[in-house]
Design a protein around this ligand. Structure first.
Ligand SMILES: [Zn+2]
Length: 69
């Protein structure tokens, strides 16, 4: 078997990882952070706001990431 298949599946694997990372880092760092969570309206800690593009509090972001939505 030519190693073309290996390379293809390797690429596929990398692509999958990349899109997972993209999903995880879906926050838009170009945008300013919100001071209150868009989901529960709770306060977002300043340290968290510093990342940029933060729109959810820790709990809601965790939930958001777990559900993948
Ligand atoms: Zn929240």
């Amino acid at each position: 078997m030519p190693d073309q298949f290996d390379r293809a599946s390797q690429l596929e694997e990398e692509e999958r990882k990349r899109s997972l990372d993209a999903q995880r880092n879906r926050t838009n760092f170009d945008k300013p952070s919100l001071e209150n969570c868009e989901d529960c309206d709770g306060p977002i800690p300043k340290e968290r706001q510093a990342f940029g593009g933060v729109t959810r509090c820790v709990e809601c972001q965790g939930f958001f990431e777990k559900t993948g939505r």
